[in-house]
Design a binder for this molecule. Structure first.
Ligand SMILES: Nc1ncnc2c1ncn2[C@@H]1O[C@H](COP(=O)(O)OP(=O)(O)O)[C@@H](O)[C@H]1O
Ligand SMILES: [Mg+2]
Length: 263
């Protein structure tokens, strides 16, 4: 298949260190519009750090992130691997374009479900209250929670909280959606309702990166699977290649320890 569509996301030479700890050691990744990419890797391998660098909750130490052909930040020196300078207004715009859903939901406890979804619309996008409420209501309906609009997070199940968090991310109309282990904090019986929302988004043609340990879901959901180890993309390919016929020993060992899933 020839791919003439420009990548929605292009990551080159992305590095991130925390002091002496080098977590990401050079990530190169192109994501085409509509691609759904599953990211696997051992705990501590840098999966969350990668996602956080892509929406600039963490600033990359080096390397470049391009969104729809536009590099984020300004190079301080020549070369794609150089450190870059970022301004807050630019990063605010990038965070609108790149939505994130967290393992721990991160809802505001003092706001109802609909207020949580409205918050970014009001404060970041500057949308008037009535219009924001209307848009937020539509997003809650989309994740099957129209009837929970006035409920506070404490009275929602984990699966419902995560669906509110997804509605909140969608309300910003992001071009790219990042999910960081969105079902890991859920009781097993609540995983399915969240995965089915994510599956519907994939079928809508959303561009998504999903960090998950749900290997079975990744197999069916993803157009491509990445296995991260030692701060780099250690293995990547189709779900069949990476999940059924992994070539690297580290990938094989990781999958062997997650063999409770069936395809
Ligand atoms: N803000 C931070 N400060 C220092 N170390 C961090 C920070 N965030 C993550 N790390 C470290 O970076 C490594 C990768 O973490 P993380 O990206 O959360 O891994 P994963 O999501 O794959 O489990 C870990 O060793 C973690 O302790
Ligand atoms: Mg993580």
């Amino acid at each position: 298949m020839t791919n003439t569509i420009a990548p929605l996301l292009r990551v080159t030479g992305l590095r991130k260190n925390f002091g002496a700890l080098e977590v990401l050691k050079g990530i190169d990744l192109d994501v085409a519009p509509g691609e759904c990419i599953a990211i696997l890797g051992a705990s501590g391998s840098g999966k969350s750090t990668l996602l956080r660098c892509l929406n600039f909750m963490e600033l990359p130490s080096a390397g470049c992130v391009e969104l729809a052909g536009q590099a984020v930040g300004t190079a301080r020196a020549r070369g794609s691997n150089a450190e870059r300078a970022y301004t807050e207004p630019e990063l605010t715009r990038v965070r609108q374009r790149v939505g994130m859903v967290f393992q721990q939901f991160n809802l505001f406890p003092h706001m109802t479900a609909i207020e949580n979804v409205m918050e970014g619309l009001r404060t970041v996008r500057g949308i008037a209250r009535d219009k924001a409420r209307e848009l937020a209501g539509a997003q809650l309906a989309r994740v099957g929670l129209a009837d929970k609009a006035q409920v506070y997070p404490a009275r929602l199940s984990g699966g419902q909280k995560q669906r509110v968090a997804i509605a909140r991310a969608l309300a910003m109309e992001p071009e790219l959606l990042l999910f960081d282990e969105p079902t890991s904090a859920l009781d097993p019986e609540l995983v399915g309702e969240v995965l089915s929302v994510i599956r519907a988004l994939a079928q809508d043609g959303r561009t998504m990166l999903l960090v998950t340990h749900e290997v079975g879901f990744a197999y069916h959901f993803a157009s491509r699977v990445l296995f991260i180890a030692d701060g780099v993309i250690h293995e990547s390919g189709t779900p069949d290649e990476v999940l059924k016929h992994p070539r690297q020993a580290r990938t094989q060992a990781f999958l062997a320890s997650h063999n409770e899933f069936s395809f």
